[in-house]
Design a protein around this ligand. Structure first.
Ligand SMILES: *Cc1c(COP(=O)(O)O)cnc(C)c1O
Length: 230
């Protein structure tokens, strides 16, 4: 087996163990393989080992990779910041946009989603821990934005996505992820038909799963370290 195949196997084992510990069905948690900075060959290897959902942060880099992998049946998720001048690329080349945090970006994606594609699946990115990264809507503003995004016909609002600041201990990770879970349930109670809570990465996927994550986004544990360049 290749390194990537072995890594995928151990990530799946981590997910299964976390689900078992949390009393959850392993099928409730989707694995998104985050391939930023890794080339098309690495993605091809991951696909051969069963990965079919790929997360990318850098939109231009992703589009170039997609061209070289068009023979594969892959679902592409944009998980990086989306500037206004990149919305057309996202609307045209991706299946999911997980980092919507402003109505203006949602409106552009809605207008630019090609008619021959299904609605673009969308998550609203929430700044769940008030971290210094400017991305993500404040928790108190999520419901209003979610209602507006839900009304856009060429988008399919699926849920929430978070990127909390790194925390070392399980209890601390769990506390932050539980806040996101509560917010997610609040939105569902308000009538929004959400099914996706995208949270948890290499370092904190167990805590995220414990708190109710339905999608973990894993890069390092599958593809290896990315070095300091990015
Ligand atoms: C890079 C990245 C990941 C994966 O992080 P790892 O720690 O390498 O697993 C997940 N989500 C987002 C938004 C990222 O930018």
């Amino acid at each position: 087996m290749t390194t990537i195949a072995l890594n995928l196997q151990s990530v799946r084992a981590r997910i299964a163990a976390a689900c078992a510990a949390a009393g959850r069905d392993v099928n409730e948690v989707t694995l998104l393989a985050v391939a930023k900075t890794f080339g098309p060959d690495a993605v091809r290897e991951a696909h051969a080992a069963g990965a079919n959902a790929i997360g990318e942060n850098y939109i231009q880099e992703a589009v170039e990779k997609q061209l070289l992998l068009s023979d594969l049946d892959l679902q592409w998720h944009c998980i990086g910041p989306i500037q206004s001048n990149k919305t057309r690329l996202v609307a045209t080349h991706f299946d999911w946009a997980q980092t919507v945090d402003r109505l203006k970006i949602a409106q552009r994606l809605n207008e630019q989603r090609p008619a021959d594609l299904p609605p673009l699946a969308v998550c609203i990115q929430v700044n769940i821990d008030g971290g210094p990264s400017k991305s993500g809507v404040a928790p108190g503003e999520v419901l209003a934005l979610a209602r507006e995004v839900h009304a856009l016909p060429r988008l399919a609002l699926r849920g929430l996505m978070t990127i909390p600041e790194p925390v070392d201990d399980f209890a601390g990770q769990l506390a932050v992820h539980r806040k996101a879970r509560t917010l997610f349930e609040d939105l569902r109670d308000a009538g929004l038909p959400l099914d996706t809570l995208s949270m948890g990465m290499t370092a904190d996927m167990e805590a995220a799963i414990h708190a109710g994550s339905t999608m973990v986004r894993v890069g390092t544990a599958i593809f290896g370290g990315r070095g300091a360049a990015r």
